[in-house]
Structure formats: structure tokens, C-alpha cells
Design a protein around this ligand. Sequence first.
Ligand SMILES: C[S@@+](CC[C@H](N)C(=O)[O-])C[C@H]1O[C@@H](n2cnc3c(N)ncnc32)[C@H](O)[C@@H]1O
Length: 223
Amino acid sequence: MTEKYNWREYYEHHKNREPREELTQLLDVMRRERGSFEDMSALEIGAGNMIETKALLDAGFGHVTATDITDLAENMAASLQMDVNDFANDVERLEFLKVSHEELPDHLQAESLDLVVAYLSLQFVNPEGFQRLWQSLVQAVKPGGRITLDLIGDHDGWAKETLADESVRYKDMNFHSREEVERLLAGFEQVQVIEDDSDGKTSDGVAKHWHIFHIQAQKPTDA
Ligand SMILES: C[S@@+](CC[C@H](N)C(=O)[O-])C[C@H]1O[C@@H](n2cnc3c(N)ncnc32)[C@H](O)[C@@H]1O
């Protein structure tokens, strides 16, 4: 699916931005609760140019796994690994998996993650692949662990184009109604869903209707 999108332009456009505010705010909350991230593991899915992955490493996470399918992301991860991994002592703070969303469930272990981050990426898998990925993610979060991610809504311009013409490239994506989002989050607590349903632009300046659910949630400690 990579060849359908020009990720180079997207990465170029985003290269100097700050880490997303929803992540930095959540890290502040977690830091107040837990003190240090040293013993914690995080996963960023579809990490792109690694801005949020770097924020997790800077915050002090003991282990961060970043996934993506592009060579560019792999190269950026390799240079970040040179900074944070202690190769002499076999200490791997950053692990990069060049795996697709479809393949990721095979790499996830139950109750292994304190935090899952996935901004503007989980939509790039077909609905069946998404359901499998979601189930494996829910299982991979530790009791008390958190998720911070976006899902794309069914009013989104891409969803409308997909419905109108099955042959368009967006048919490999998944879209969700508000009710579906609530169902997906049924096993979580401290759920926060901010719904953005508004006209805007893509990062390359094309007009587009966006329908995004910005989600944060925590798995119950007794899950
Ligand atoms: C819109 S970018 C978002 C990047 C980053 N998370 C951010 O917020 O800037 C989507 C990312 O998902 C990756 N991606 C797209 N489809 C994928 C798939 N099926 N499996 C894994 N990664 C995928 C792309 O390579 C790209 O880096």
C-alpha cells in the first residue's frame, strides 16, 4: 500500500513540528502518577518521522518499539537508535519493526505495553485487518496501561469517496461511526474521545473534510 501515498512529502512537511500535544499532556499525567518511565514499555504504530517516538525516548521510557513500512522511517529510526541504544552493552531502548499493520498482531505479546501511541496511522488497513489489529492491541496493553490514538470517522472525505467508488485507493482503509468507537473502547476506563468533524486541508494543501476521533483511554487495573 505504501506506493499509493507520498510519505516523503508528508515527512518533509512534518519534520520540524513539536510532538503532538495530546501525547505531551498524557506523559505529564503519567509522570505525576508513576514518577519515572524507566520500567515502562511503549509502542508507536506508523511512527513516520519518529517525532512522537523521540518524545517517548526523551521522556525516559525504558523500551520503545516503533513500527512503519517505509524505508525513510527505517532510516530515521536507525539514526535515533545510534543515539539511544547502548550496543556495547546490548541495551535496546529503541526497537524498530518494519512491519505492516496487518503483520503487527504476530509481533505483539499479551500485557506487555504501558502505552500505545498511533496518530493518523491506524486507518491504513482494511476493516478485517483493523479488527484483528485492534484485538491484539487491547490484549497487548497491560492492566492500567494507556492508549492514545486517532481513528477516522465515517463522515470523513476519504470514507465518502470510498463509498462512492469502490475502486478508489481509500478502500484499504477503515472508518468508524461514533457508536463503533464507543464499542471498541467498551473495555477501557478514563475514556476521552474528542471528535473533530470539520472542513480542512491535507498536509499538501488539498481541501478535505476531516472526521477524526482523538482517543485516550486506560485499561482497568483489574482487567
Ligand atoms: C499520516 S502518517 C502519520 C505518521 C506519524 N504517526 C505522525 O503522526 O506524523 C502515516 C504513517 O503510517 C505508515 N503506514 C501507512 N500504512 C501502513 C501500514 N499498512 N502498516 C504500517 N504502517 C503504515 C506510513 O508509512 C506513515 O509513516
